[in-house]
Write a protein that binds this ligand. Structure first.
Ligand code: SF4
Ligand code: SF4
Length: 275
């Protein structure tokens, strides 16, 4: 279990606790103001990632202190964690509504109409979160065809998540003023600013899942399909044995490799990570 499970989940997976999705958390002014700024100024996130690139050029002690501060702030306000598809399903069991949104990261990397983000709420139509965003710029919420809130069913959303997984995107859950969770996204590098910050700048702003991949060496045929989809450089091919193995330091536990393994040779096991 991660530190957030201990702090916000009473020792269970914190993102599976319905209380962390409760709209009354949005009555907190700091949290509301963060949401408003986040959606109003998407370019700020992109420029923060660019600025953070300079940290590696600073004296190590200063760079380390700045990196720590960025990570601490991220944990406090916009904490992201990788989750596998089975936990997405569990979240969908208790939330009431799902609203598809434009991805803020991709808006500033690959352009508009990249609708990979999903607001989830215990209330209908995305709850107060979508009301706040609507008050800033309603175009974020309008679906391309229905010109209205793009509210999706759980079944349709799951089908899309399965499709994203086949395309190599990993599922993530995001806070807007921790522990309030209001969004799920489907991330890939280099479109995702959190991945660029975490993997490129080496400043953690997106964190590992509560899982890690494990390979059944007897079942693995060494086809390397899994290697092609792992975004975290966590698969190592043993040329002698002609088998795949996991670099446990790099593995984020997303399960994307599992979804492409035709031999069913990859499982996710639970970890006891400290983040
Ligand atoms: S996709 Fe499956 S069978 Fe192929 S190398 Fe990876 S673990 Fe082995
Ligand atoms: S090895 Fe598999 S579970 Fe681990 S990060 Fe890569 S794709 Fe995700």
């Amino acid at each position: 279990m991660c530190e957030f499970c201990h702090k916000h989940g009473e020792g269970k997976k914190w993102y599976l606790q319905a209380k962390n999705y409760a709209d009354d958390l949005l009555s907190d002014i700091k949290r509301r103001s963060f949401v408003e700024k986040f959606f109003k100024y998407p370019e700020t996130i992109a420029s923060d990632v660019e600025k953070a690139k300079q940290i590696s050029t600073l004296p190590p002690a200063i760079g380390a202190a700045l990196s720590k501060r960025i990570t601490r702030n991220q944990k406090e306000m916009h904490f992201g964690q990788v989750i596998p598809l089975e936990d997405v399903r569990k979240i969908f069991e208790f939330v009431t509504s799902i609203v598809r949104l434009e991805c803020i990261c991709r808006k500033t990397t690959v352009g508009n109409n990249q609708r990979y983000c999903y607001a989830v709420s215990l209330l209908p139509n995305g709850g107060q979160m979508t009301e706040i965003i609507k008050s800033i710029d309603p175009s974020y919420l309008f679906g391309p065809e229905n010109k209205d809130l793009e509210v999706l069913s759980k079944e349709d959303t799951l089908k899309l998540f399965e499709e994203y997984e086949k395309q190599g995107m990993c599922h993530t859950v995001w806070t807007f003023g921790t522990p309030f969770i209001s969004g799920l996204c489907n991330c890939n590098a280099p479109d995702c600013h959190a991945m660029r910050m975490t993997l490129g700048n080496k400043i953690p702003t997106m964190f590992k899942a509560e899982y890690m991949a494990a390979i059944d060496k007897d079942a693995c045929t060494g086809c390397k399909s899994c290697m092609k989809v792992c975004q975290f450089d966590a698969l190592i091919f043993d040329n002698t044995a002609r088998k795949m193995s996991i670099n446990e330091t790099n593995c984020y536990g997303c399960g994307i490799c599992r979804s492409v393994c035709k031999k069913n040779a990859i499982k996710l096991k639970e970890t006891n990570q400290t983040i």
